[in-house]
Design a protein around this ligand. Structure first.
Ligand code: Q9C
Ligand code: ZN
Length: 352
């Protein structure tokens, strides 16, 4: 299996985040060590090899299928302006948010943070744009691999992407890697995005909400009590041409493996009915029991059974890494998932 990975992810290394629920100002869980831990386990288990040279940052045009040019301009230009006027070591974090009728985008780029960003846990640092753009490049390269005939590719994206919407960012996400790849794959035919991250992928839902060509299906902790709180409910089913092409499966906090697999069956049934040409999996492993910010009742080996069920769909599949914050669990969970997926999607030839 080919792994799309770039060491450029480490240019984005947030140190702190503001999370009142988890005790206020505290160390950020979305750190470079996450990607390194996952890569190490995949290598140890002989699951794949990282492409050399690593994927490059794509041209900005590749982003506009999923994102508003104003968001891309803000993300790609704010740092030098902020560094000069505020300070190089100060993270771009909004101190005021544009909600509902607060609907005038300010001209001053410094004040646009609260226009584009929806939470105080997603700092924009000196190396953030380079890392985010290269992560999108990893996902895009995975999409090209599928377009070229490969059955399976894994984009080890960091920072993650599924909370970034058409014209907003947040939830540790700046560019929506999976959506950018899905937009590329749409040229081949209908695409399904299956999102198994603990959190609802509000950004991916937003980007494809009016599209009948990309089906978005998500299993996640009930937004009544879990981030991102303002989307992910069952009655969000798409609009216009996208009516019926958005399926949310909110899960109770105490969901165990059996409960999870039952919901996954229903999700896969919806995907089967859509008859996609190919599949993008937003693989968050923050559903593992013991994850520091998520955690359902899934053990590392549960992910092998999840992967095997998804592989049985039999469609060319791009797996894009999203969340997963335990440095001990994220690698094994991702490895089990990919192993299960590989087993049913491209079964090993029988021994002779
Ligand atoms: N008090 C991903 O897994 N913090 N993003 C939640 C709740 C943000 C998670 C705060 C969590 C974002 C890709
Ligand atoms: Zn998550």
């Amino acid at each position: 299996m080919i792994i799309l990975y770039s060491p450029a992810h480490a240019r984005h290394a947030p140190r702190f985040e503001m999370d009142a629920e988890l005790g206020g100002f505290r160390p950020s869980p979305e750190v470079p060590a996450r990607a390194e831990a996952i890569l190490r386990v995949l290598r140890e288990r002989g699951l794949g090899t990282a492409q050399t040279p690593p994927p490059a940052p794509p041209p900005l045009e590749a982003l506009y299928e999923a994102h508003d040019p104003g968001l891309v301009r803000f993300l790609s230009t704010i740092r030098p302006i902020w560094s000069e006027r505020i300070g190089r070591d100060v993270a771009v974090v909004p101190d005021v948010f544009a909600l509902r009728r607060l609907a005038r985008r300010p001209a001053d780029p410094l004040r646009q943070a609260g226009w584009y960003c929806f939470d105080p846990q997603t700092p924009l640092l000196e190396g953030t744009w380079e890392a985010a753009l290269t992560a999108a490049g990893c996902a895009l390269e995975g999409a090209q691999r599928l377009a070229a005939g490969e059955r399976l590719a894994y984009a080890l994206c960091r920072p993650p992407g599924h909370h970034a919407g058409r014209d907003y960012y947040g939830g540790y996400c700046y560019l929506n890697n999976a959506a950018i790849a899905a937009a590329r794959l749409r040229r081949l035919g209908p695409v399904a995005v299956l999102d198994v991250d603990y959190h609802h992928g509000n950004g991916t839902q937003d980007i494809f909400y009016g599209s009948g060509e990309v089906l978005y299906v998500s299993l996640h902790a009930d937004p009544d009590t879990a981030y991102p709180c303002f989307s992910g409910y069952r009655d969000e089913t798409g609009e216009g041409a996208g009516r019926g092409a958005n399926l949310n499966f909110p899960l109770p906090r105490d969901t165990d493996e059996a409960g999870y697999l039952a919901a996954l069956e229903a999700a896969l049934e919806g995907i089967g009915r859509f008859r996609p040409e190919c599949l993008v999996v937003s693989l968050g492993v923050d559903t593992a029991r013991g994850d520091p910010i998520g955690g359902l009742g899934l053990a590392p080996e549960s992910f092998r059974r999840l992967g095997a069920r998804v592989g049985a769909l039999g469609r060319p599949t791009l797996v894009v890494q999203e969340g997963g914050y335990s440095l001990d669990l994220a690698g094994p969970c991702a490895a089990w998932f990919l192993e299960g997926l590989q087993g049913t999607l491209a079964p090993a030839p029988p021994a002779t």
